[in-house]
Design a protein around this ligand. Structure first.
Ligand code: ADP
Ligand code: MG
Length: 485
């Protein structure tokens, strides 16, 4: 593991080939084909319409908001929007699927080929193909842990709109798969089409993994179902690739199958042999017409897209002159970019970026908090930067003040006042300290005068120390130069 908790590929001369299928829950108040609510955390079966419960004779009615969200997501993934798409029935039996089929899209999805750009930690960019995005219904949930004797079914999730986003098998390491998930999550959050919360199940991932010798044909893949965190996606792929290498190197072959990841043991195990599309007997849902979109509908969504992370990053680098690293870190999270943009209405772009990436994020990481949970608002941090800008405190003292702000929740000016941290710019007071330091160090003065220029730093350091870090460094420098020349 590297320090970011990222597992590097460890499969010797075998190359991993990875494709991800992500189910992203559409952000909308009601379900894909019914008016029932979608809010998370409701009492079981409190949000179920007759359509979701598959009562005989009920008819699905498409929710325009979900269509709009799918198109918006497609545009955000640089993808083709198909003006005509078709809803199919995907037939299978499961206790939490009362219809006996899921309404999905098979041969004609609403969104076609697109691409996602990954900003790798080493500064390079990788382009990953998106095969398609289609809309489908979610199933209900079986609850096996409520009673020793019975299983229960909660249909609140039944019929909620999902976008299934399928990648090309373009990913080559677990680390890239993790970056892909982060970027996808960031994009849907900017677009406001999915909340991206994997803990709540709003984004779930199936990882397809195979291994091959570089340049060889793709190997047989296994699909690991329903992984619920980025960390587990990385662990599952790593384990699965190593398992496949072991099988192949000992002369065995890989069976195409569906596997489950066990987060406790870090291993995958067989769930079922892989079904093929024909097992589902897909056919167009006779209750629904093909979905035909007006060009103007798509264009009006295109025109209302927000600035997305790739564009924002480019602008931060070109116009605000941020480093590629700072720009990536700030834009990767929509809330962080909003925080940053609030800061730079009052402050220099680079100063604000430094304070955010080095100081604020460092402290938030230690507390395991997100920017949304930050105890220091953008307004408060801007207040601290004000004090640096007008020379009330030095940058060094400001870091201590920020620590105290984190602990106490007080604002910067109050802390500086209370603790007497104001920078001393009064030349007379500083001169007294300078004289004291010079008087105490005659040998060092002699050394400096005989050409040891580095000694100047020693004097500055001593004066700063005696002043408790509060002397204005500019004034200290000027005075020392004058007295030592
Ligand atoms: P299905 O719908 O049956 O799961 P798809 O053809 O839609 O099958 O592929 C699903 C995923 O598998 C895609 O993300 C694709 O990139 C990935 N994939 C296809 N072939 C391979 C392979 N040989 N190794 C790894 N992943 C693969
Ligand atoms: Mg699949």
């Amino acid at each position: 593991m590297t320090k970011a908790g990222i597992v590097k590929g460890n499969t010797g001369d075998w190359e991993m080939v990875i494709g991800l299928e992500v189910h992203a829950q559409v952000k909308s108040h009601s379900k894909l084909f019914s008016g029932a609510a979608t809010e998370f955390g409701a009492e079981p079966n409190a949000q179920v319409s007759l359509v979701d419960a598959a009562m005989p004779g009920m008819l699905p009615v498409i929710n325009e908001r979900c269509i709009e969200q799918a198109v918006r997501t497609g545009l955000g993934l640089n993808a083709e929007i198909n003006l005509r798409s078709v809803f199919d029935r995907k037939n299978y039996f499961y206790a939490d699927l009362p219809q006996g089929y899921q309404i999905s899209q098979f041969l004609e999805p609403i969104v076609g080929k697109g691409k996602i750009f990954l900003d790798m930690p080493d500064g390079t960019t990788r382009e990953i193909g998106v095969t398609r995005l289609h809309l489908e219904q979610d199933a209900g949930k079986s609850m096996h842990d409520q009673s020793p004797h019975y299983s229960y079914i909660d249909l609140n999730r039944s019929g909620i709109a999902l976008m299934e986003i399928v990648s090309e098998p373009d990913l080559r390491t677990p680390e890239e798969a993790g970056e892909y998930m982060k970027k996808l999550r960031s994009i849907v959050r900017y677009l406001d089409t999915c909340d991206g919360d994997m803990e709540k199940g709003s984004m779930r991932c199936d990882a397809n993994v195979s291994v091959r010798k570089p340049g060889a044909e793709y190997g047989t893949r296994c699909e690991i179902k329903n992984i619920n965190s980025i960390r587990n996606i990385i662990r599952a792929i790593q384990y699965e690739a190593e398992r496949q290498v072991e099988v192949l190197e000992s002369g065995g072959k890989i069976d195409q199958e569906t596997r489950l990841f066990d987060a406790n043991t870090g291993t995958t195990r067989t769930m079922r042999s892989k079904e093929d599309a024909h097992d589902y007997r897909y056919f167009p849902d006779p209750d629904l017409y093909p979905l035909v979109l007006e060009k103007s509908f798509v264009e009006s969504i295109r025109n209302s897209l927000p600035e997305l992370p790739d564009q924002k990053k480019k602008r931060y680098i070109e116009e605000l002159k941020l480093s590629s690293y700072d720009a990536s870190v700030i834009v990767s999270d929509r809330a962080a970019s909003e925080y940053y943009e609030a800061l730079i209405t009052r402050h220099d772009a680079k100063l604000a970026a430094n304070w955010m990436t080095a100081e604020l994020f460092g402290r938030l990481n230690k507390l395991d908090k997100t920017i949304e949970e930050s105890p220091i608002s953008a307004e408060r941090l801007a207040g601290l930067l004000d004090l640096i800008k007008d020379n009330t405190i030095s940058g060094k003292i400001a870091k201590d003040v920020l620590d105290i702000m984190f602990e106490s929740g007080k604002d910067a000016a109050a802390i500086v006042e209370e603790k007497g941290l104001k920078q001393v710019t009064d030349t007379g007071a500083i001169e007294k300290i300078v004289d004291e330091v010079l008087a105490a160090n005659p040998e060092n003065i002699a050394a400096y005068k005989s050409g040891k220029d580095k000694m100047f730093g020693f004097f500055v350091g001593q004066v700063m120390k005696l002043s408790g870090g509060k002397a204005n460094p500019g004034v200290v420098n000027d005075l020392l130069k004058k007295k030592l020349s």
